[in-house]
Ligand binder design. Structure first.
Ligand code: PAF
Length: 301
C-alpha cells in the first residue's frame, strides 16, 4: 500500500510486550520501533517461534522521515516520554492508540496538530526477557479502531496486517472502549492482587469482587451516556477464558515492581464518578491495594 508520498510510514512507540507484538503483526509496513529495548525480539505464538527485527530508534532519536502514523503501544508510565517523542518527531501525524485505559485524548491534547485514532485490543501477550527479549502470544484477540474520514486511516484500512483490524463507527468504538475499560478494571487489579494467570481468576475467592466492580463501573458509564451490554460479567469471564494462561499486564507490572496502569483504568472511573456525587468504593479499595504494593524507581534510557 502506498500513501501519496510513498509507502505508509509507521513508528511504534514502546518496546515492551505490546510494542513487540505490533512490530510483528505490522512487519509488512516495515515500521520503526521506539523505546529502550533493542530488537531482535523473539515471538512465541501458537507453538511456533519466530524473530522480528524492526528498524529501531532510541527515545531521543528521530526517524529519517516524519512517520505518517504513530502507534502508541507504551504503558501509561511512559506516556510523558511518548508525548515528548511525538511532540519532537511527529507533531502532526496520525496517532493510533491501542493502550489500556482512558484519558489519552486529555494527555495528548497539548499536541494540537496530531489527529487521534483511539482503538482497543483484546490481544494478550506475556513478556519474558531473559537472554533475548521475548513475547509469548496467548491470544490474538480482536483489535478495533474507529472508521474516520482520514487519509491515513484509509491507508491503514487497506494495509496488509498479519491479524486484520476491524473498523467500526466512532460511536460504536467508544462503546467498545468502555467495554474494554470495564474488562480491564476487573481483570487487571484482581489478577495482580491474586498473582495469577487470567483463567485462574475465575476460581479464585477474589473473583467475588467482579460483580460489584462491574455494577459500579456501569453506573459511571451511564453518566457518560454509554449503554453497555447487560451481560458484562459473562463478557469479562469470556475474555479471561480466551486469554487463559496469560499474565495480565498488571500482574507483569507488579512482578516487575513498576507503577501500574491503575490510574488510567480504575482511577479514570473514580475521577468520573466524583463530579456526579457518588463514589465507587470497590474500585477505590482496589486502587489503594494496588498502590500499596512495592515499586522500584525506573530508569528511562
Ligand atoms: O491488560 C491486559 O493484560 C489485556 O488488556 C487483557 C486483554 C486483559 C489480557 O490480559
Amino acid at each position: 500500500m502506498e500513501s501519496a508520498t510513498g509507502p505508509l510510514t509507521l513508528a511504534i512507540l514502546g518496546t515492551g510486550a505490546m510494542g513487540r507484538f505490533w512490530a510483528d503483526q505490522l512487519h509488512r509496513l516495515n515500521p520503526w520501533i521506539v523505546g529502550h529495548i533493542a530488537p531482535p525480539y523473539r515471538v512465541v505464538d501458537d507453538g511456533t517461534v519466530r524473530e522480528v527485527n524492526p528498524r529501531y530508534l532510541k527515545w531521543h532519536e528521530s526517524a529519517p522521515v516524519v512517520p505518517e502514523v504513530v502507534l502508541l503501544a507504551t504503558k501509561w508510565r511512559k506516556m510523558s516520554t511518548a508525548f515528548q517523542w511525538i511532540s519532537s518527531h511527529a507533531p502532526s501525524s496520525l496517532v493510533v492508540s491501542l493502550m489500556n485505559g482512558m484519558g489519552q485524548e486529555e494527555a495528548l491534547a497539548p499536541l494540537q496538530k496530531v489527529r487521534l485514532c483511539m482503538g482497543a485490543t483484546t490481544a494478550a501477550v506475556t513478556r519474558q526477557d531473559r537472554e533475548i527479549p521475548t513475547i509469548i502470544v496467548q491470544s490474538l484477540g480482536a483489535t478495533t479502531l474507529p472508521d474516520t474520514d482520514d487519509e491515513q486511516v484509509n491507508y491503514l484500512k487497506a494495509s496488509p496486517l498479519s491479524h486484520p483490524w476491524q473498523w467500526v463507527h466512532p460511536d460504536e468504538m467508544l462503546r467498545m472502549r468502555w467495554q474494554k475499560l470495564i474488562q480491564n478494571s476487573v481483570i487487571n487489579p484482581l489478577t495482580a492482587l491474586a498473582d495469577c494467570p487470567n483463567d485462574a481468576l475465575l476460581t479464585h475467592p477474589i473473583w467475588g469482587l467482579a460483580e460489584p466492580l462491574i455494577l459500579e463501573a456501569q453506573r459511571v458509564a451511564s453518566t457518560a451516556g454509554i449503554v453497555l451490554p447487560n451481560d458484562m460479567l459473562t463478557r469479562v469471564s469470556t475474555l479471561l477464558e480466551q486469554t487463559h494462561g496469560n499474565m495480565s499486564s498488571m500482574v507483569q507490572d507488579v512482578r516487575d515492581k513498576v507503577p501500574t496502569e491503575i490510574d488510567a483504568i480504575n482511577g479514570y472511573l473514580v475521577r468520573l464518578a466524583g463530579p456526579h456525587g457518588f463514589t465507587i468504593p470497590t474500585h477505590e479499595a482496589l486502587i489503594r491495594l494496588i498502590k500499596s504494593l512495592p515499586t522500584r524507581t525506573e530508569t528511562i534510557h
